[in-house]
Structure formats: C-alpha cells, structure tokens
Design a protein around this ligand. Sequence first.
Ligand SMILES: [Zn+2]
Length: 162
Amino acid sequence: MDNAKVGASCRVAGAAWALTFTSEVLQLIGTHAQRGRVSRESVGQLYCRDLTTANIVVGHATALPRTRAFFTGVQFNPAVAMEERTSLFQSGWHCVGLWHSHPESHPQPSSTDAALAKDHATAAATHLNGLVFAILGTQPLPEGLSVWLHDGARFSKAEWEL
Ligand SMILES: [Zn+2]
C-alpha cells in the first residue's frame, strides 16, 4: 500500500482487528466539520472492500443528501442510503457504517444516534461484527473523528493508534 494513503488506524480495546481510515476518506469527512456558527450537520456512509482481514480499511466514504425526514439527529433518507449501498456493492464496496457531524470538540453519541446505530447494527448483523459509527467533531483529524463500534446492544469506543 502507498504510505501516503495509509491514513490512520483505530482499535477497540481488546479487539483482534483494527479499523483504518485512508487519508482520502479522512479528508473527505473532514471537509464537513461544523466549525462555523451556521454550519449544518452532515451525514454519510463508510465503505470497505474486504471484510475478512484483521485490518478493516475504510477506503471510501460518501456524503448523503440531507433531509428532514426520520431521525432528528441524523437526517437522511434511509431509501437513498440503501440505494447507495446497493449501487456501491456492485462495485465491490461493503457498507460498514455511518459518519455524521456534531458541532462539538469531543462528540458523544446522542440518544437518537444510539437508536439509529442499534437499528443499523441489527440490520447488518449477518455480515458485520459491529457497525462503525463515526462522529466528526471540530478538532483536526484523525483525533477529531470519534469512532464507535455498535454491536446491536452497546457502543464501544475505538482509540486512535498514533
Ligand atoms: Zn449525532
């Protein structure tokens, strides 16, 4: 792998596998940081090519069109998200989770975030050990991205290996 594209890795304490975000993905997500007074929340999906390795590489991320529908904290149209997953799956990308932005430096999942994550983790349980749930704060990346795994019951926080 090209070193310039390695990005940053994080891991849940005790987990046998790590999660790597390529620098391209970090860059794309980073452009949505809510640092301005009138910033709006952004949301998108995270994709990897290979789910079988001990190092899951998030090599593609998207930003979804925002709507006012559905969950108040993370506003997107689930049908549009599903269409995107189906289309990228045809190009070999597996959706491993979601990211969205919070206008705070050390973001924590809200109760609506927890409900959303649980929903998606349960739906993805057949092919994922856990749903990646990343929240973009206002600090520089990668530290500014809080990464959580949701196993259908609870969140575990992944720590950056720097
Ligand atoms: Zn949130």
